[in-house]
Design a protein around this ligand. Structure first.
Ligand code: NAD
Ligand code: UFG
Length: 350
């Protein structure tokens, strides 16, 4: 039997891909998810891919008694990868208390439960490049100052990192926060991928839903930015590369190779692409012509951001391997599978 790893939010987009990588590396996995933004069929899909169904417990992590009881039943958890959170920037502006409550209360309860475990599990946390706002220097390194958050969602990531930092020093719960740039794409099997509920906020699900005919037209927000083609630049990273990084980070903690109680790493490819370059890559790799048009800027958008990944490359020995075309091709294969009805329960995805 492998070491037991708790993956909170493990039926979600990045969590499900990470469960697969953990299983491939010999870990046993348990998922906690309240299914607020995912569907239980994803757990079956993981089993189809790996041949092993992860344990799954459905409850809300802000329900403290349920979490305490869970940790009593699983005294042997060696590590926790904490994905569970709400993540829609716009919704967080409309309903900030929902975001502060869900994202911070669940983290605090988790840390309290971890602290009371005899064997002191390790923690890997989902952070975001949103903590940098618009960096003064590009590519942005982990040493760049954390800027005033642009949204309550972004603020929950900043506060979470601070909570983890303080608690790691005091409780000895060794932790790594991973600052993701823009995760896109899907598993090569096309059996799992991103499941945006309602109208997607993010670029790539909007591209694939437009291409499949679910949306009429993609709106490109802004063509007057200070970038070569006037559209915003992001560092898109394949979700499977991202998933692999979580396993490497966890192994670093389990082998006690971490140099400080709380380490922080950027996870990107190190290359920025504009919105128009992303569209071109999609059209080139899929052969599908996209219906799109410019509109004004989207409030709150950062103009350009891409990662300096030196720290993750050298310290974790991890490097993103998949390029933008592969990200688009896998996102498209997943969208086509969903359209073909691969999942039984697509009600929430309409
Ligand atoms: P996701 O919504 O697909 O997955 C999150 C999962 O957590 C969902 O399955 C949801 O049902 C579950 N969840 C939420 N609150 C919960 C609670 N209180 N109790 C139990 N389960 C709960 O999101 P994702 O894209 O996989 O993101 C995972 C993590 O990565 C999040 O913390 C997110 O903020 C962070 N992140 C995501 C991105 C991105 O662009 N996808 C970028 C940076 C950081
Ligand atoms: N965009 C469009 N049209 C759309 C959607 C997006 O032009 O329909 C543009 C945006 O204006 C931006 C780029 O595509 O220039 C990328 O936008 P996304 O919404 O896909 O990604 P963001 O960089 O805005 O934000 C994402 C997540 C955040 C996370 C951040 C960093 O939504 O939660 O990446 O990880 F914090």
């Amino acid at each position: 039997m492998g070491k037991k790893i708790l993956v909170t939010g493990g039926s979600g987009y990045i969590g499900s891909h990470t469960v697969i990588e953990l299983q491939k590396s010999g870990f046993d996995t348990i998922i906690i998810d309240n299914l607020s933004n995912s569907i239980p069929e994803i757990v079956d899909q993981i089993a189809r891919i790996t041949g092993k169904k992860p344990l799954f417990e459905k409850f809300d992590m802000t329900a403290r008694p349920a979490l305490e009881e869970f940790f009593k039943r699983h005294a042997d958890i060696a590590g926790v990868i904490h994905f569970a959170a709400c993540k829609a920037v716009g919704e967080s502006v409309a309903d900030p208390l929902k975001y502060y409550h869900n994202n911070l209360v669940s983290l605090i309860y988790l840390l309290e439960c971890m602290r009371s475990q005899k064997n002191q599990p390790k923690l890997v946390f989902s952070s975001s490049c949103t903590v940098y706002g618009q960096p003064d220097q590009l590519p942005v390194t982990e040493k760049a100052p954390v800027k005033q958050a642009m949204s309550p969602y972004g603020n929950t990531k900043q506060i979470s990192e601070e909570i983890i930092d303080d608690s790691a020093r005091q409780t000895g719960i060794a932790s790594i926060s991973l600052r993701y740039f823009n995760p896109i794409g899907a598993h090569e099997s096309a059996l799992i991928g991103e499941l945006p509920i309602g109208v997607p906020n993010n670029l790539v699900p909007f591209i694939t839903q437009t291409a499949i005919g679910k949306r009429e037209q993609l709106t490109v927000f802004g063509n007057d930015y200070n970038t070569p083609d006037g559209t915003c630049i992001r560092d898109y990273i394949h979700v499977c590369d991202l998933a692999r990084a979580h396993v490497v980070a966890l192994q670093r903690l389990l082998e006690e190779k971490n140099e400080t109680p709380h380490e922080v790493f950027n996870l990107g490819t190190g290359t920025g692409y504009s919105v128009l370059e992303a569209i071109q890559s999609f059209e080139k790799t899929t052969g599908v012509k996209l219906n799109w048009a410019f509109s004004g800027r989207r409030p709150g958008d950062v103009e350009k951001v891409w990662a300096d990944t030196t720290l993750a490359n050298l310290t974790l020995g991890w490097k993103a391997e998949k390029g933008l075309d592969e990200m688009m091709a896998t996102a498209w294969a997943w969208e086509k599978n969903m359209a073909a009805g691969i999942l039984n329960n697509l009600n929430k995805n309409k």
